[in-house]
Ligand binder design. Sequence first.
Ligand code: ZN
Ligand code: ZN
Length: 646
Amino acid sequence: MSEPNSQERIAVVLPDGSELAVDADATVEDCAYEIGPGLGSDTVAGKLDGDLVAKEQPVYDGAELEIITDGSEESLEVMRHSAAHCLAQAVERHYDDVDLAIGPPTDEGFYYDFDNLDIDEEDLAELEAEMEEIIDADYEIEREEVSIEEAEERLDGEPYKLELLSEFAEENDTVTFYSQGEWEDLCAGPHVDSTGEIGAVKLLEIAGAYWRGNEENTMQTRVYGTAFEDESDLEDFLERKREAEKRDHRRIGNEMDLFSIQDVTGPGLPLYHPAGKTVLSELEGFVRDLNEEAGYDYVETPHVFKTDLWHRSGHYENYQDDMFIFDVGDDEFGLKPMNCPGHAAIFQDHSWSYRDLPIRYAENGKVYRKEQRGELSGLSRVWAFTIDDGHLFIRPDQIRQEVEEIMDMITDVLETFDLEYEMALATRPEKSVGSDEIWEKAESQLENVLEAHGHEYEVEEGDGAFYGPKIDFAFEDAIGRSWDGPTVQLDFNMPKRFDLNYVGEDNEEHRPVMIHRALYGSYERFFMMLIEHYEGRFPLWLAPEQVRVLPISDDNLGYAHRVANEFDDFRVEVDDRDSTLERKIRAAHDDRVPYQIIVGDNEEEDGNISVRDRFEDQEYDVEIEEFRSHLEAERDEQRTEPDFLQ
Ligand SMILES: [Zn+2]
Ligand SMILES: [Zn+2]
């Protein structure tokens, strides 16, 4: 029995699983002081059941509490959010009648969206200087909880903030404001204690952004920036950013004439120029060899289907907002967002015995997905892209063997491009289709494959799709950026929706398991990643132009063409422009051609060549035959032959 007047007590759960008893009105900060005074004074914010909250936030009984202190990833996020506030304060000091929208932290920094702000990149330095003054002034950042009515008064004339407020008001009686100096913002926080705690800031760029990401809304001005604990962290970040920009696939794609995306042909619809298509064809050929070796049959399906198919596959219900749908006469059609239903329809058009399985279909299938226009970017986010798609229809007892083979194909691909990779197994989520038996069987077979593979992997419990478990690959490029890679996805649902069957040994009808797999994923994204990974300096087998012959003068043109003919099983060009050798060398270098053959009077007299590589090493008196064997060896070594069946 509790004594009269005694405070009611509650308990929160700490990261190590222990419980901490505190007063019922305790805040995150109170809990931290309860654990220890040092921790209390270091507290920046808290995480309550995974949500980042202000340290002033009261806790509740049973909550999982994590204390956020300086130096953690979350504290950087808090500091960046405060930096976004400084940006907005600086903007309002310099420009009149600006309407504030939102200003959150991001993975790499922060942004703030403004309406009625007319600035360009040259104005950023001035704003940055103002932000630094605000930081130097070390204003206290104060959190204040106010009623909805009072918030409405304070936000008079701020249409976007009022719109947000009216949404908060549906579920809350109060909201919080954060103020610093003369400036305040409607904001849930959390923030650092004073502007002086914000480290090194940098404004990066200006972009247009639709209010709430919706194309029908106003286009606002988004200012991007970043903030780090100190100058040296900021410098490291800017260096990595410069490196990434140097490798930007849009710039290199333009310089090497690989592809274009034009207003007249439409957003997110890439056009591959001859040089780009050459690289793509090599990539296609490489997986074609792997697929044929592994017993896949190529199929081809059209770009458009009647929406009846998408109703049957379930894409219509779940995916229609992202689909291009249109009427033809009385029928409705849609561009295909996935290749799987077409392949399921091909499988269904036969009767199969257990002995026929596995059936493996492959297609370089073009798909169309209607991403928001504002999200489209180069080849990384597009409306039209091609998947090196494959679908297998197998018996449940064949899962292990088939997945093992697919994994070997994927690792062959990743190793060919020198990409370090990691793997993860995503298991059954709470909501799922398919029997316990099939899930258990499938997951244990996938685990067996992963174990046998001898590569470390993570298990992401409950992260599988509702229709089956999967193995995800992630890889790292030359500058340490990580990318989502290929997946091997088991599917118990689509065979059911398409009523796919085979006749078993027992003469009964059985349901096959479907596997979706891609080795690259989307060609567009993989191509983009390769351009940046290699900085356009593709390995010999992929290079759009592999060898360029440079005659020293026009007198050597005839010999140059005769030499080029000796390399006709390579992609070779002769630079026959009327220009100096230095310029020709420079041009070949800029075009990222792996090898230059230089021929002048000496070479012509001796019937040999000089060879220059892209590291600017040059060798004289090289025999043509010798160089050709060198090229062949290099090409064959880079483009690994399928060896996974050995
Ligand atoms: Zn804020
Ligand atoms: Zn599929």
